[in-house]
Ligand binder design. Structure first.
Ligand code: PLP
Length: 438
């Protein structure tokens, strides 16, 4: 596959932008090689500057659940463009999207739009601290909640991908208020609560983790967390930036039937434009300025262009709702089945971890239930797999610790080609394992 143009663009980008990218995981650092420069995307396809075509399973890291360039969304954006990009004051669509989100997630009674998932989680935590008058927060190892200072310790996504423990530039004072525990370990969480019974403002969690690869909650884990939060007057924050409108119309909280006090959203609700939101119980949300004292603001928050992209995306899903998610999940199952067959046929140990239209493959022979285990995955195998898929025109997330996303625009041909490519890639993995053994 020719990629001379991408290569030379990357060389130039590296001079101008740190690492040549505007977000770390894009840089292919953990899988090796160079990132592609994309010039066009439509439906399930990406086309790079060298005119290579790829079936895209990154989907802009989740937002493009309808696929790229959905005609209805584009038309709505065009219409809005003509009448204004940002007004800096109120417009009707802010109400419409708030209504749609509140209808979809009963735990949200009131919400505030922001411009990214990072802003949503930072703001939700400030609010939780103000509401409870407590300082400490609990997060889970391998969960990623954006790049806010207090949320970077033992985080997933790029932090996991690059194998770094956190980030310099964060003061000890900030770090000391963040307590981290293992995901899927209720006993550890209990112990932390027992150690600091009066100090925990909130527990923030990805109800289904997507940022250490996909990891699901076991048994009644989320219910147990809910109970502990109630016992200690601690707010429960679900970070559904990835899972909201992805796993079900009402997100992971609909599937697991657990009601958080606050929810963070992003990705899909922006339809591909930069959007986030946080919302929840009215008595808590009323503390946000200007109705309350907790300050939080944004020059471009709720701008009509981003609201239009999100609103149109949600409306399209809502029209079909159950059938939409059934169809999406069926597409994912087809890929999952192909992976399982390939793993059996070529005798390669994997843990296939998926739910709905999110999935990841860990090269490991045990169930992945937390970050500790996820990190034991054979990253070398993943990287070989990644590159062999890329060679065949399949664009996967360039990291072991990220979820693949399936969009509604992935066609049956796409899925068949993907499954065939997976089988071929596994056959190559088998060959290289046999070579090593010799
Ligand atoms: C992507 C993501 C974020 C961060 O959102 P940005 O828009 O990138 O700031 C936060 N939490 C979760 C669970 C995410 O997947």
């Amino acid at each position: 596959m020719k990629n001379t143009k991408s290569l030379s663009l990357f060389e130039k980008a590296k001079e101008l932008i740190p690492g040549g990218v505007n977000s770390p995981v894009r840089a292919f650092k953990s899988v090796g090689g160079n990132p592609l420069f994309i010039k066009k995307a439509k439906g399930s396809r990406l086309i790079d500057e060298d005119n290579n075509k790829y079936i895209d399973y990154v989907c802009s890291w989740g937002p493009m659940i309808l696929g790229h360039g959905n005609e209805e969304v584009l038309e709505a954006i065009h219409k809005q463009l003509e009448i204004g990009i940002s007004y800096g004051t109120c417009s009707k669509k802010e109400i419409e999207i708030a209504e749609l989100i509140i209808e979809a997630m009963p735990s949200i009674e009131m919400l505030r739009m922001v411009n990214s998932g990072t802003e949503a989680t930072m703001s939700a935590i400030r609010l939780a601290r103000a509401y409870t008058k407590k300082d400490k927060i609990i997060k889970f190892k391998g969960c990623y909640h954006g790049h806010g200072d207090m949320l970077l310790s033992e985080a997933g996504s790029g932090i996991a991908t690059l194998g770094i423990p956190g980030s310099p530039g964060i003061t000890n004072n900030t770090a000391k208020d963040t307590l981290t525990v293992d995901y899927n370990n209720i006993e550890q969480l209990k112990e932390v609560f027992e150690t600091y019974p009066y100090d925990i403002a909130c527990v923030i969690i990805e109800p289904v983790v997507g940022n250490m690869g996909v990891v699901k909650p076991i048994d009644n884990y989320l219910q147990e967390i809910r109970k502990l939060c109630d016992k200690y007057d601690t707010l429960l924050i679900f970070d559904e930036v990835m899972t909201g409108f992805r796993l079900a119309y009402g997100g992971a909280q609909e599937i697991y039937k657990v009601k958080p006090d606050l929810t963070c959203l992003g990705k899909i609700i922006g339809g591909g434009l930069p959007v986030g939101a946080y919302g929840g119980r009215k008595d808590i949300m009323k503390m946000v300025a200007p109705s309350g004292p907790v300050y939080q603001a944004g020059t471009l928050s709720g701008n009509p262009l981003a609201m239009t992209a999100g609103l149109e995306t949600l409306k399209i899903i809502r029209r079909q709702k159950d059938s939409f998610y059934k169809e999406l999940d069926k597409k994912a199952e087809k890929i999952a089945k192909g992976i399982e067959e390939a793993s059996r046929k070529y005798d390669i140990d994997i843990c296939l971890s998926g739910i709905g239209s999110m999935l990841s493959i860990f090269f490991i022979n045990e169930p992945v239930i937390n970050y500790e285990i996820a990190k034991k995955s054979n990253v070398g195998m993943f990287n070989k797999f990644f590159h062999s898929m890329l060679e065949q025109g399949i664009y996967l997330p360039p990291s072991q610790f990220e979820s693949w996303f399936i969009s509604i625009s992935h066609t049956q041909q796409d899925l068949i080609k993907t499954v065939n490519s997976i089988k071929y890639s596994f056959s190559l993995l088998r060959e290289s394992l046999n070579e090593e053994r010799k």
